[in-house]
Write a protein that binds this ligand. Sequence first.
Ligand code: ZN
Length: 261
Amino acid sequence: MTIRALVWGENIHERENAEVAKLYPDGMHSTIAAALREGGEIEAETATLQEPEHGLTEARLERTDVLLWWGHRAHGDVDDAIVERVQARVWEGMGLIVLHSGHFSKIFKRLMGTPCSLRWREAGERERLWVINPSHPIAAGLGEHIEIPMTEMYGEPFTVPEPAETVFVSWYEGGEVFRSGLTFQRGAGRIFYFSPGHETYPIYHQGDVQIVLRNAVRWAHNPAPRWRDIGEAPNVPTKEAPEALEERGPKLHAEGEAGFR
Ligand code: ZN
């Protein structure tokens, strides 16, 4: 089965910073999409902040199985109506992969319901990302760790809710640690947060990082989401009970009042 992925990029640093442009001449989103297409199992398109509706129209999201999100400087410029639209699609079963500084995006903070803050340092230090859950599908094909020669340090505490699974934990040359690969579920939507990906280092060109991205898309793809039916069902009282039931006690709600049926 072909999985339809959409890579969303903020697409600002690539156009305004010479270092980033050198690493990602067509934008980070294009590099990530090309990596996803390797192997032929994933169809990957791109969308950017600058497009109408940020490239995330109803129709586009409708045909997206897994959305990847990279943003940094312009989280505040993302339209709240689009954020709500993406959230609804996640509830319905669209997978979401949030990358690096996307930890502070409106969509991730909204889905987590917590500040999603962390501590960071841009010192070009080494990161050793440990695979602490080697049997997890997102870790398939990896060794015991991934070495990233130059990285931006992301350190704990990372103020997200307790994740469903922790796949990776990173150690940094400066001494901090960070939960660098976490899974969550919201509605029928599977969510994966992956911290590597600072824009001034060639992290998305690394083969093992690209393996993680492809694995994550496969994992986040929910082929049989059921939440749409549940999510669209009206929130109403029910009079029927599966077992014979004798009613007792005072009642707050009366038949005939608004919403009662
Ligand atoms: Zn960064």
